[in-house]
Design a binder for this molecule. Sequence first.
Ligand SMILES: Cc1cc2nc3c(=O)[nH]c(=O)nc-3n(C[C@H](O)[C@H](O)[C@H](O)COP(=O)(O)O)c2cc1C
Length: 220
Amino acid sequence: MSHSQAADERVAHDETFPEAVDAVRTRRSGHNFDPDEDLADETLEALVRDATLAPSSYNLQPWEFVAVQDEDRLENVVELAYGQEHVREAGTAILVVGHTEAKTADRVFDEWVEAGRMDEAAAEQTKAQSVEMYEDERFGRDYAVRNASLAAQNLLLSAHARGLKATPMIGFDAEGMAELLDLPDDEIPVMLIAVGPSGGPEPERLPRRSVDEVLHRESY
Ligand SMILES: Cc1cc2nc3c(=O)[nH]c(=O)nc-3n(C[C@H](O)[C@H](O)[C@H](O)COP(=O)(O)O)c2cc1C
């Protein structure tokens, strides 16, 4: 059996959380939202809670979530997203924001020490290294995008698991969005997510590149 055939079948490791595997396999980027139904406030909070459970470098959690639901503000978001209609129809746009600096380091490294997972000297050293590393502009942007993207994916899967539609988007004017939503200078927009109740099915998924094509063993 080829590796790609195996990938299409349920294998032993899938069975611990089969519904989670199904969620990964059936998640779609939604363009068909129900414009007449709103997202309940508790649901918005549940989505963000699930997003915050994403892994992050040293558990620094360098992310923020800006939810826009006010009609006029959402219209501004649609404009900055080059008129993408599904943002309006979703009724909620969440900008996932990433920190470009390790600004949570003091608190988080204290938590490592309090939990007995790191001694004070190691925490001080690691903290100093993290803070210094992300002073470099490129590392800082990488830090923001890597960590906040994982939070965004958690949010997408959580929305799907709750029967909602969600679409990740980078088709927007990032500078304009940062200004509209009052982002601090050391934080950047990473992903805009349109999320809301489903308005019906999506078109068939486009083909995915096969495992045989994308999996490289031992070296590229
Ligand atoms: C980084 C990124 C940027 C994207 N930008 C947009 C976007 O601006 N507008 C949009 O409608 N979909 C956007 N998408 C959704 C993709 O079109 C979609 O994920 C892809 O076609 C695969 O479909 P699926 O998510 O349903 O499997 C984006 C997805 C990613 C990961």
